[in-house]
Design a protein around this ligand. Structure first.
Ligand SMILES: *Cc1c(COP(=O)(O)O)cnc(C)c1O
Length: 381
């Protein structure tokens, strides 16, 4: 099967390997083996499960095919994937990252990397000049995330790739929110694409997983050695769950995005809502840049209530959404960013970034959007 010529929806279903070569089973078996027999005393394609496992190969090939990479890597979580990708940096290196980075990544860059002698400067990446100005002789990489979360600030990926090329920097993109379906990163020139597959790729709020891919052979070889050395590989059963989730990404994402478009419109017209953040909105800053690099707005919306005292009653009233710090599941997930997803970020920093106590984020699932609206409207009353 020459998957390169196939369209995304087909690749999602067939994923490079879609049946067991030895039995014809319609799914790749869950290979629960830590080690592999050396026939006639010689190592075959697999020798020890940390280094490779057929169940893992399936999802690693899938992400490489979807993003246009030469090789993929599956990690035990999105954070393990980010740590794995950042292991490409070494002591003395300097990193530039957005000031409204995902909370867990912010924690990693401020807690772990400084101990390894890697310093990060946080800038407003919606302004390429700020990135340009932050580059030092020691700068090795740009860590990117767009749209950002929860305010959906848009970074111009082509402008970042251009700066990186001129200044000899590596670009790493956390592409979790858009997935390879809405925003294929490597064709834009991004060096390393990273996904928390816990979110849309897995899609069912039933596993933690991370995926990394690159189109650069040399980076792929280094990532492969580090992946094996770090040992945070995705376990076989979780690979099976992830492969199953990936098959339906297109139908799930399209349904969720349609629901998000409806909720966005209704929220924007509701008297209790002060402001809605969603790349689809005509006045959303960076909207044109977003649609020059992505094909859809995604399925996550944020909105601010006029009165932050209304947050509690809303959370206590709604029945359908899971109230939790996550996103990308088939079920709608409602997050109070201040106290959940962004709890790791100091209050003063949150205020500076515009993440107010009155802000809520909704990751729209695939329920009937009219039911979701009835439920939310009830909570907003
Ligand atoms: C959830 C998330 C992560 C971390 O992924 P885990 O699987 O929870 O470790 C990283 N980046 C973004 C944008 C996320 O939403």
């Amino acid at each position: 099967m020459n998957s390169k010529k196939l369209r995304a929806a087909t690749v999602l279903v067939h994923q490079g390997r879609d049946r067991d070569p030895s039995t014809g089973a319609a799914n790749i078996p869950v290979y629960l083996s830590s080690t592999y027999h050396h026939f006639e005393g010689r190592a075959g394609a697999y020798d020890y499960a940390r280094s490779g496992n057929p169940s893992r190969d399936q999802v690693e090939e899938a992400i490489a095919l979807l993003e246009g990479g030469v090789r993929g890597f599956a990690y035990a979580s999105g954070m393990a994937a980010i740590g794995g990708a950042l292991s490409l940096l070494k002591s003395g290196d300097h990193l530039i990252a957005p000031d409204d980075l995902y909370g867990g990544t912010y924690r990693y860059l401020t807690l772990v990397l400084p101990q390894q002698g890697i310093e990060t400067t946080f800038v407003d990446m919606t302004d390429p000049q700020q990135v340009e100005d932050a580059v030092r002789p020691q700068t090795r990489a740009l860590f990117l995330e767009t749209p950002s979360n929860p305010l959906f600030k848009i970074t111009d990926l082509r402008a970042m790739v251009d700066i990186a090329r001129r200044r000899g920097l590596l670009t790493l993109l956390d592409n979790t929110f858009m997935t390879p379906l809405l925003q294929p990163a490597l064709p834009l020139g991004i060096g390393v694409a990273i996904h928390s597959a816990t979110k849309f790729l897995g899609g069912h709020s039933d596993l933690l997983a991370g995926l990394v891919t690159t189109a650069d052979e040399d980076l792929a070889n280094r990532l492969k050695r580090h992946h094996n050395a770090l040992g945070a590989a995705l376990p076989p059963f979780d690979c099976f769950l992830l492969a199953r989730g990936i098959k339906t990404l297109k139908v799930r994402l399209e349904a969720a995005q349609n629901g998000a478009l409806l909720l966005c419109e209704r929220l924007a017209n509701h008297p209790a809502v002060a402001k809605v953040y969603y790349p689809q909105l005509n006045d959303h800053p960076g909207r044109d840049v977003h649609f020059s690099q992505a094909t859809g707005p995604g399925a996550v919306i944020s909105f601010e209530l006029k009165d932050h005292k209304q947050v509690r009653p809303l959370l206590e009233t709604v029945k359908l959404p899971i109230i939790a710090p996550s996103l990308g599941g088939v079920e709608t997930i409602l997050t109070h960013c201040w106290s959940m997803s962004h709890a790791a970020i100091p209050a003063s920093v949150k205020n500076e970034l515009g993440i107010r106590e009155s802000l809520l984020r909704i990751s729209v699932g695939i329920e009937d959007p009219e039911d979701l609206w009835d439920d939310l409207a009830q909570g907003l009353r």
